[in-house]
Design a protein around this ligand. Structure first.
Ligand code: MG
Length: 379
């Protein structure tokens, strides 16, 4: 059986050297927080099934971590070692192996993670590092006081990967603070394999590191937009389904599925962004199994397809066009339901409505139209 893997993202640091007072992991970077980029790198990896975010007790109420993504929040300690131990104890007995990563390394690549996971197949511990290529000096009072042999020296990075039981036992036996988990593992006699690091896997420490990280993330980012449009006709009924919400009405919408015109437009927008057809191609109306189907089946399929292709959904904007029923009173329920179905925050979903001034088929009350735009960004 393949080993199960969880990741611990350590975000309990108080590091404010990077400026502006707030610990660096909560600060904005390329349209999100630093930690959101870091979490996404692990969240989108198919072999990592669970994420633990360790946060400082002072940040529990206020820190802007992403909601609704199945993230487990653990309260950290005063030291890095204590925070990692809290994360490890939360995972005890639940997984075979664990990756421990600093929240302040948001540019970690799939290759770096894969390198660690691959090495864990044949050993209990592995971590990425880069060989030192610059000459090394000792300095004193602004002058070179000596040189060091760089032979065999490495710059350590994260994620550092371990057999969960091995690193948990090592942590429990370790008494003082340590530079990293590799030091703790080695003190317990564990062999640690060096895997390829990446110059772009920088640890944000100083103010200028934000610019460099934003450039790296921006260079790698692929943004795709899609639009969707759908219409359903009114018929017999006592309610309409709109964006997953049952809205009482004296008529219903006709269609092969539950005729959720808003959800169909959003689903088609995702397929459009992926350049992968439309609902009709993925779920042919000629196929009786989709008769009366809940449209969330279609939406979930499109979202999964986007994730499989290496994208995450950045935002959704859906407009419903009708004279009635009134959408306003239900709009926030619709946003909440769509966010739940798509695994997003409500703040990423807009549902709004317009009439068409009694013009055209929507104006005459013959049906409802819907338009949607989505933005996908490479994860
Ligand atoms: Mg439709």
């Amino acid at each position: 059986m393949p080993k199960t893997t969880a990741a611990i993202i350590v975000a309990a640091g108080r590091g404010t050297r990077a400026g502006r007072g707030m610990p660096k992991q909560w600060r904005a970077l390329a349209g999100q927080t630093v930690v959101a980029h870091t979490l996404a790198a692990f969240h989108n990896h198919p072999d990592i099934s669970h994420l633990v975010l360790v946060v400082h007790p002072d940040d529990l109420e206020t820190a802007p971590w992403p909601q609704d993504t199945g993230l487990e929040i653990v309260t950290g300690a005063q030291t890095r070692r204590g925070s990692v131990l809290a994360g490890l104890e939360a995972l005890e007995g639940r997984f075979d192996q664990v990756l421990i990563h600093d929240a302040a390394r948001p540019c970690v690549s799939r290759d770096v993670i894969d390198g660690v996971l691959s090495a864990l197949k044949s050993g209990p511990a592995a971590a990425p590092a880069l060989a030192v290529v610059d000459a090394l000096w000792q300095g004193q009072d602004g002058r070179v006081a000596g040189t060091c042999n760089r032979e065999g020296l490495f710059r350590a990075q994260t994620p550092q990967g371990f057999d969960l039981e091995v690193i948990l036992n090592a942590h429990r036996r370790f008494a003082t603070d340590a530079a990293d988990d590799v030091e703790i593992a080695r003190t317990a006699g564990v062999t640690v394999t060096i895997t390829p690091g990446d110059e772009n896997n920088l640890k944000i420490t100083r103010a200028e590191d934000f610019d460099r990280a934003a450039q790296i993330l921006g260079r790698n980012m692929d943004i795709r937009l899609g639009n969707g449009y759908d219409v359903h006709r009114f018929g017999e009924g006592d309610h309409v389904m709109l964006c997953g919400v049952r809205v009482p009405f004296d008529r219903g919408l006709q269609g092969h599925s539950d005729a959720d015109v808003g959800m169909h437009a959003v689903t088609d927008a995702i397929y459009g962004a992926l350049a992968d057809g439309d609902i009709g191609q993925h779920f042919p109306p000629s196929d009786p199994q989709w008769k009366g189907a809940a449209s969330e089946i279609f939406l979930r399929h499109a979202v999964e397809l986007a994730v499989t292709r290496g994208y995450r959904i950045s935002n959704v904007d859906c407009t419903l066009v009708c004279e009635f029923p009134k959408i306003g009173p239900h709009a926030s329920d619709m946003r909440r339901e769509m966010a739940r179905l798509m695994g997003l925050d409500m703040g990423q979903i807009s549902v709004k409505a317009t009439t068409s001034e009694r013009l055209g088929f929507t104006g005459r009350g013959e049906g409802i139209a819907s338009l949607a735009t989505v933005a996908l960004v490479s994860a």
